[in-house]
Write a protein that binds this ligand. Sequence first.
Ligand SMILES: [Ca+2]
Ligand SMILES: [Ca+2]
Ligand SMILES: [Ca+2]
Length: 274
Amino acid sequence: MRTWVSILGLSVCLSALAQQTYQAQPTDDVWYYDQAFNPGFTAILRAWGDGQHAVDPSGARPALNFSYSLAKWQLSGIPAGRQYQVIRAQITVVQTQPPGYTRDEGEQFPLEARPLSHTNFTEASWNYNAPNNPEVGTTLFGESLMSNYRTDAPFAIPIPLNVELFEPYFNEAVNQNNGALGIGFVSRMNPADASGTRFYRFYSRNDSGGRGPVLQVVYRVAGDVNSDGCTDDADLLTVLFNFGSNDAQADLNSDGIVDDADLLDVLFHFGNGC
Ligand SMILES: [Ca+2]
Ligand SMILES: [Ca+2]
Ligand SMILES: [Ca+2]
């Protein structure tokens, strides 16, 4: 009986560890714009474009027709030296006031989350004219949803991230960039002809109310069925033993069945983290 209780306890413990969640605000965020006031410490980040492009196609720094916001997170507590499967990822930003655009315009010109060329910047030392400021990439990790659209109160804009595209970026940040992960917020939304109010305004990490951007990533060590941090023969055996079943632990890709896809996941990552 004592052994049984002990095994049961271990099993509960392992399933609780199967997925881990990182959730935090950025360590630095800046408003990247030539006329930005207090860009490193402003409580309000802003993004707009020219109606056609979210990032200036000439490669120029954002000015007049473009405004970007840059943020970087420190993925603390996630050990380097292994590959992670990203199960779910999201950024949530909180709009500072009722939107200056309609719901249709928000759906047509969403707020975009994209990669940065590097994370070598800080809000404390931010200089618009520095020679090597980060560039916003072309990959689209996520776009805002207007499901929370309200005209009468501040509202959140959840930006679901494209996990397939985001996963290698996340792994690169953990394994090759000391855990620093950068995101550029941009939009094609054009403020012109709308009294200059039609653009994205959302809280920075410097907001005294704590309403800055939040990155949430649900992840696990890739191929690691039993969640001991290493993908090895124990994981392989668990998948084989549960082959054809709906065992949730062995069903690595969470499609409801343990099959060759899960087996390949283990084989492909064999030795990961060991
Ligand atoms: Ca800031
Ligand atoms: Ca394992
Ligand atoms: Ca599966």
